[in-house]
Design a protein around this ligand. Structure first.
Ligand code: F6P
Length: 547
């Protein structure tokens, strides 16, 4: 059954939220902390190895109550039920959305169009396990009988970002294999990646759900030619495997049917790292760790599915995000992991979130008159502090920020871990409290700054504070905790899409540019000229003169 649809602005809860927002919008969070000694405890959830503190937000318990009323009114419970049970909730593409089934090791039946998908999932997982074990152990070798040393994942978007993010995030757990990623159609990318590779010991995984993506096929063809310039044709079967739903196209490319890992249209590209798209993860950290990743995600799924909304981590994070997006008019959300391992986490979330909720038409097919998906960005701390935190602290924009940190460091360098985490805590505290004029003046006086200089400089050193943050403190970065973290963000996106009444699982917005690029490509290589606007026409002419 289809998702229900309702304009959130027409709900009673939204009307109440508008009034409530006006009451609290100018209150400084400091006041709430001063008035209520239990605020930090109330607005916090401890769950498994997660400690999620959302008390440093410009919300009260009343805000949350109204937001729960909102999701009750639009029947989020019903939507969650449909999401997990395989209803066609991606209605514009007529597909179910079941990445959650991939990490569900307990269910024996989940139906998609009356077909049980669980046996297919188990078969694909067995294939992943057998294949990755045989490569990692060195049992399966390249065409000259040498064990593999390098893996190259060729894919883009969801066929690249998720696996690349996880492989880097779990690099502490990696084995001897070196994993590389080629995504951009920029030929310099592929050239740089293959530079140091030995074709005899390199395995190439072509990952493309559709197997029609220009970037991936160009890179795959380039690499195949490079490989065949050094190896015989029959070696292709030892060195090239593919992950796709499009078996015919993969076979046309010349990949043996036994080297194809299946994918299904009920897994969206940007949510596919849990599927066979995660082959590079299995190879890099071993299948057992991949299973732990799935296990963690499944635990988060169970929490999301069963927990009351007022104790439900992804629901609460989603609702707080909506409050900033639609009431405070915050345009962006920053994601700052205090872990270099999570270097690509924000980049990964950009696709997951912005390709999902960057929509302007509602589920009625009507143009939307309220804000939907936010702009997602971020970099790891502490580097981010030395790059753009100035703007978060003293700029004119409100930027709700998620701080993600881990209690234990993986390499056990306690001194640096303490320094890292001191910064982590200091930033959210500074963003909350700010620094008053009185404090600035006292500090300058202690430094014996002359009064006339003090008067000139003090105003620039004041921080108003009241800048919102969520803190997600996790015991340790493990495959399991990473699985939980990613799944929570996936569900946050789902909840927000339901409230904004959009179809979160299509991505028609990426099509127009692709189509035009196809036409312009023929123009770049021929004398043909197509009608363009003056600017594009001049740019193309200039480019042609440089070729
Ligand atoms: O950018 C559009 C998109 O369709 C993404 O949604 C997808 O992850 C990516 O292209 C790659 O698609 P494919 O896996 O089919 O090559």
């Amino acid at each position: 059954m289809a998702l229900k649809n309702a304009n959130p602005l027409e709900t009673t809860a939204w009307e109440k939220l508008v009034l409530h927002y006006n009451d609290i919008k100018d209150v400084h969070m400091k006041k709430w902390f001063e008035e209520d000694a239990s605020r930090a405890k109330t607005l916090c959830i401890k769950w498994e190895d997660f400690y999620v503190d959302f008390s440093k937000n410009r919300i009260t318990e009343d805000t949350l109550k109204l937001l729960y009323e909102l999701v009750d009114e639009i029947d989020l419970k019903d939507a969650i039920q449909k999401y997990f049970s395989g209803d066609i909730i991606n209605q514009t593409e007529q597909r179910a959305v079941l990445h959650t089934a991939l990490r569900d090791s307990t269910s024996e039946e989940i139906l998609v169009n009356n077909e049980n998908i669980i046996p297919k999932i188990r078969a694909a997982q067995n294939q992943l396990k057998a294949f990755s074990n045989s490569i990692v152990s060195g049992q399966k070798t390249g065409y000259t009988n040498k064990a593999f040393t390098d893996i190259v994942n060729i894919g883009i978007g969801g066929s690249d970002l998720g696996p690349a993010m996880v492989v880097e995030a779990l690099s502490y757990y990696k084995n001897h294999l070196n994993t590389h990623f080629v995504s951009n159609v920029d030929g310099d990318h592929v050239n740089e990646v293959i530079k140091g590779l030995n074709p005899e010991t390199t395995l190439f995984i072509i990952v493309s759900k559709t197997f029609t993506t220009q970037e991936t096929l160009s890179n795959a063809n380039f690499i195949r030619n490079w490989f065949l310039s050094q190896a015989p044709e029959e070696a292709v079967k030892n060195h090239f495997v593919a992950v796709s739903t499009n078996i015919e196209k993969v076979k046309e490319f010349g990949i043996d049917e036994t080297n194809i890992f299946p994918m299904w249209d009920w897994v969206g590209g940007r949510f596919s790292l849990w599927s066979t798209v995660g082959l590079s993860i299995c190879l890099s950290v071993g299948y057992e760790n991949f299973e732990h990743l799935l296990e963690g995600a499944h635990q988060a799924d169970t929490h999301f599915r069963n927990e009351d909304f007022n104790r439900n981590i992804p629901v609460i994070l989603a609702l707080i995000g909506i409050f900033y997006n639609n009431f405070f008019n915050a345009e962006t959300e920053a994601i700052i992991p205090y872990s270099q391992y999570l270097n690509q986490f924000a980049t990964y979330l950009q696709q997951a979130n912005m390709e999902s909720n960057g929509k302007g038409i509602d589920r009625n097919g009507v143009s939307i008159n309220y804000q939907t998906g936010p702009i997602i960005w971020g970099e790891p701390g502490t580097n981010a502090q030395h790059a753009f935190f100035q703007l978060i602290h003293q700029g004119t924009k409100l930027i709700p920020t998620d701080f993600i940190g881990f209690g234990k460091s993986l390499h056990g360098n306690q001194d640096q871990q303490d320094k890292l985490m001191a910064n982590f805590f200091a930033q959210t505290e500074a963003l909350l409290k700010g620094k008053s004029m009185e404090d600035v003046v006292n500090e300058l006086q202690e430094q014996n700054v002359r009064t006339e200089d003090l008067q000139k400089i003090a105003v620039f050193k004041v921080f108003e504070g009241n800048r919102p943050t969520n803190t997600i403190l996790i015991d340790k970065l493990t495959p399991k905790s990473l699985g939980k973290l990613i799944a929570f963000y996936e569900h946050k996106i789902f909840v927000q899409g339901i409230v904004w009444n959009v179809y979160s699982y299509d991505q028609f917005g990426v099509e127009l540019g692709k189509q035009l690029a196809g036409k312009i490509l023929s123009e770049l290589n021929e004398d043909a000229q197509m009608p363009h606007d003056g600017s594009t026409q001049n740019l193309i002419a200039r480019y042609k003169s440089l070729k």
